[in-house]
Design a protein around this ligand. Structure first.
Ligand code: GUN
Length: 284
C-alpha cells in the first residue's frame, strides 16, 4: 500500500515559515505584504477558493483585500481596477480568480497585471522567465507539487516523469519544473498514442487532466509516485481526483489524496509568492 502524501502537513509547514518571515520583516520595516484578490461573478468553486485564500492571508499575517465584482463587469471596468492595483503601494500581489465570465478576456487581464505583482506567475514575462530558469515566482500548483516531493525526499533527477495534461496553469509549467530538476519528462495529452504504456513508464506520474478517475491502476507502474492535481466533483457532489485512488494506492509507492493532497499546497505557495513580491518591491 502506498504512503499517503499529506498536503495539509506540507502546506502548514510552508505557511509557518512564511508567517515567521512575515513577522520578522514587520519588526524590521513596520510593513506587511498585501494581496488583492479579484473575483468576478458568483461561481461557487471560485468563491470557496477565494475564501480560503483570504483565510490563509490572515493566518500568515498578510493584509488581504477582496474585490468581488458582479458578473456583468465590463472588460474596461476590470482593466481599470487592475491598473489601480498595479500602482497601489500597499498591494504587492494581484490575483484575478479564473475562470472569468465568458464575455471577459482572461488573457488580456493577465497581461495587464504588473509582472512583479503577478503572484500566480501567469504573465508571459513570468512564464518566459520560468522557461529560462531565472524566475521570481513559480505558478502555485506546480510549485506546490515540487514542495511535496521535496518534503518526502522523493528524488527527481534521472527519473521518468510523465505529466498527463498540458494546460498553461499546470501541465506545461509542471513539466518545466521537473525538467529543471533533471527529470526525464514526457507530456501527454488527448492525442497521445499508447497513453497507458507511456504512463506505465513513469517513476513520477502527475495527473492534471480534469477528468474524474482518468488514471486507472493499470496505467501505473509498481512503486511509482502518483500526484493527482485533479479536483472534480462526482454526481453526488463529492470531490474526486483525476486518479482512481482505490486502484492506484495498491500499486503506487506514494500517492496524493483528493481532497487533502495538492489542493492545500496551491494556497501555501501563493502565500510564499506574495511574500517574495513584497520583498522584491521593498528591496528586502
Ligand atoms: N483558478 C483555478 N486555479 C487558479 C489559480 O491558481 N489562480 C487563479 N487566479 N485562478 C485559478
Amino acid at each position: 500500500m502506498a504512503i499517503i502524501i499529506d498536503g495539509k502537513t506540507v502546506s502548514a509547514s510552508v505557511k509557518n515559515s512564511v508567517a515567521e518571515e512575515c513577522r520578522t520583516l514587520f519588526e524590521k520595516t513596520g510593513k506587511k505584504p498585501g494581496l488583492a484578490v479579484i473575483i468576478v461573478g458568483d461561481d461557487p468553486a471560485s468563491r470557496v477558493y477565494v475564501n480560503n485564500k483570504k483565510k490563509a492571508c490572515e493566518l500568515v499575517g498578510f493584509v488581504s483585500r477582496e474585490y468581488a465584482l458582479p458578473a456583468s463587469t465590463s472588460q474596461e471596468e476590470l482593466s481599470a481596477l487592475v491598473k489601480e492595483l498595479n500602482s497601489d503601494r500597499e498591494i504587492n500581489g494581484i490575483l484575478c480568480q479564473l475562470p472569468l465570465p465568458k464575455h471577459l478576456d482572461e488573457k488580456a487581464v493577465i497581461e495587464l497585471i504588473a509582472p512583479e505583482k503577478d503572484v500566480d506567475a501567469f504573465h508571459a514575462s513570468n512564464v518566459g522567465k520560468i522557461m529560462i530558469g531565472d524566475f521570481d515566482f513559480l505558478p502555485c500548483t506546480p510549485a506546490g507539487v515540487m514542495e511535496m516531493l521535496d518534503y518526502y525526499n522523493i528524488e527527481i533527477a534521472g527519473k521518468e516523469c510523465v505529466v498527463v495534461g498540458r494546460s498553461n496553469i499546470v501541465g506545461k509549467p509542471m513539466s518545466m519544473l521537473l525538467l529543471h530538476r533533471n527529470g526525464t519528462v514526457t507530456i501527454c495529452h488527448s492525442k497521445t498514442k499508447n497513453l497507458k504504456e507511456v504512463c506505465r513508464r513513469a517513476d513520477i506520474l502527475v495527473a492534471a487532466v480534469g477528468i474524474p478517475k482518468f488514471v486507472s491502476g493499470d496505467m501505473i507502474k509498481e512503486g511509482a509516485v502518483v500526484i493527482d492535481v485533479g479536483i472534480n466533483r462526482t454526481a453526488d457532489g463529492k470531490l474526486c481526483g483525476d486518479v482512481d485512488f482505490a486502484e492506484a494506492e495498491k500499486v503506487a509507492s506514494y500517492i496524493t489524496p483528493v481532497p487533502g493532497g495538492v489542493g492545500p499546497m496551491t494556497i501555501a505557495v501563493l502565500m510564499k509568492n506574495t511574500l517574495t513580491a513584497f520583498k522584491l518591491q521593498n528591496l528586502l
